[in-house]
Design a protein. Sequence first.
Length: 551
Amino acid sequence: MDLVQSSASSWMGRYSYGKESEISPALKLNGTKLDTRVHQVALGNTWTLSSSLVNEFRFGYNYFFNTFGRELAFERDVVKELKIPGLSESVPEAWGIPSINIAGFSNFGNSFGDSTEGPYTNRNHAFEFNDNVSWIRGRHAFKAGGSIRYDKYNQVGNQFARGNFQFQDIATGYAFGDFLLGYTQQDEASVALAVTKFRALSQAYYFSDTWKIRSNMTFDLGLRYEYTPPWLDKNGTLMNASIPFHDTTPNVQDPSRHPVMVRIGSGDVYEGTVLRFAPNIQVARDGRLGDRLVFDDKNNFAPRIGWAWNPNEKWSYRAGTGVFYMQDTSNPRFDMARNLSGRRRDNTLLLTPDLTLEAPFRGVGTANDCGVAPPLVCVTNVYVLGNMPNRKTPYMLQYLFNIQRELDNSTALEVGYLGSHSYRLERMFDWNETIPGLVGSVQSRKPYPEFTKIQEIGNVAQARYNSLALKLTRRLNRGLSVLAGYTLSKSTDNGSGIRVLDGDTLFPQNSFCLDCEWGLSIFDVRHRFVSSILYELPFGEGKPYAKTGVG
């Protein structure tokens, strides 16, 4: 929709809808299902107040539904049909088949039953308002504006929602025999699905001045401020680890130095959940990590400087530098909701196997190690999914310089340098790494033996990028046009991303020595050449060859 309200005001509007459904089949009914639906609304107004003053207003709304799960999601609850004790009743998006792994039958085992991943479902709403004012005065072109964005991210998901059962050659001496008799070696299942209702109100403001110093030279000066608060969970289920000290000695004896599992809000730590931590796990719900478990960063100022000079018609020089912030994502914060929907894992006794598909988890029907009876679930040796509470916003300092030279009336060559240095990048590490030694078990040599891993995501990584680029452009002339580019670059870091990237490791080799991880980025590309060539064949009417005509 376009509407000209008057000579000074015009409006535009748009509504878009998209739907996509994809099934990736595997062994019968063992595939995956991906469903996506999108609604978008955009509204804008351009208001010309005078020949030198213009105001632009924009509003946007986006609804995004995305669910990734098993082929039987929303269709058939096989877990309920099998009636395996200890598996939690799940919502339709988690429906599917338990995962079965049989030693010595890797292909069969990996295909029999569903993967332990998922489901992961998002029902997200985003509202954004933008306003920009442009004002030309003398040699200056000023621009100022801001945006306000309100996000509602509703997420559901977890691993091991349908359970995972592994069979080895323990009871019968043959893994498939154990499977036929139902003797399991290791059983895992999530206590519940993690559910979050994230809310965040973000703001950004900027001011810039394009100053034409001379007829052939321009300076651009700008400053941007961004504030994106950590997510507030209206569901009240987030739980983070408060770690008062970062010990690097095994089996720390002082309890005051041990991590405390802190739930968002105040009151009963276990309100609304069947999960209970073992007595040696310290818990709290007293607001010590604020109302979002991650503190905000109000110092995100981003200056920008640019310069352009055209000494004559054939030469052009440009340079610039600026700070760019990389704002929050929801996935690492969603992990904190999985701490209260934890995972139970039991391993069978090797000499007298005691786990079967009829009783895969200890404590079902009897009191458990926490001194509580089912349906409450006791979790020991906790695997923590945490975030550094005092995180700062990651940012990049970027700088460039390039030269353009006109070779003839249709061809130009550009040579440029682009570099960046990124700070406070987030990556995953383990604050409970086992200390090397010969005495004691692997678990006993951890600083805090009541935990397995204390998975943290925080500002511990940096990155550097340098590149030299060549670009040749030829407009269509004499039937030939060319666009060709070559880039020589190098990217290094000590953490290429939060999650695994194309063979990269999830955790550092040593979480106590992150500088030891410094090396080429997993996405480093040393040489890159691209080209697009268009040639008009010299045949036909008006061309040199194969002309047609009357003799």
